[in-house]
Design a protein around this ligand. Structure first.
Ligand SMILES: [Zn+2]
Length: 173
């Protein structure tokens, strides 16, 4: 079945997500499967919970495009980053046809929990590092299209037209 994503300019994408409590309940476990399915269905390499209508601090990622190795990151925090950055264009499944020019760290170290609540600290490079920083922005209600010439722009964020979210209503029925 087709999974609908929350799309720009829906104001829901601007909400700050909340910590995921452990142990995971059945609903959250099912949501993770659902997010993986949505990511593959829409041919993305990463997807945050907010993009399928849940204000939770977690995202899935698979930069291999093999659709065989989805990773889930719950309550993630970037604890270290490289000095080196790279500015490049990024797209987002929630903003089809648009792109932003975003400066990202080439290397980041992420602390996160897995499905069992186990804590991990791992370093990621290049595309994975960029993807994680993109998803981390989603947890704060930021989008790659808010960036201008590499830098985050509050003004651009504010100027983006917002519409009331009707996603929740639709997805509950
Ligand atoms: Zn995105």
């Amino acid at each position: 079945m087709y999974i609908e994503l929350v799309k720009y300019p829906d104001v829901f994408l601007r909400f700050v997500s909340k910590d995921v409590p452990f142990p995971l309940d059945d609903k959250t476990s099912r949501l993770i499967k659902w997010m993986e399915k949505a990511m593959y269905q829409h041919h993305g390499i990463g997807l945050a919970a907010i993009q399928v209508g849940y204000q939770l601090r977690m995202f899935v990622m698979d930069c291999t495009r093999s659709q065989e190795n989805p990773q889930v990151f719950i309550n993630p925090v970037i604890v270290k980053n490289s000095e080196e950055t790279l500015t490049d264009f990024e797209g987002c499944l929630s903003a089809p046809g648009k792109r932003g020019e975003v400066k990202r760290y080439l290397r980041i170290t992420l602390k996160y929990q897995d499905k069992e609540g186990e804590e991990h600290t791992k370093t990621f490079y290049n595309l994975e590092a960029r993807c994680i920083q993109h998803e981390m922005d989603h947890l704060e209600g930021k989008l790659c299209i808010d960036y201008e010439k590499g830098e985050y722009s509050r003004d651009k964020h504010k100027s983006q037209t917002m519409v009331e979210s009707d996603f929740r209503v639709k997805s509950d029925t």
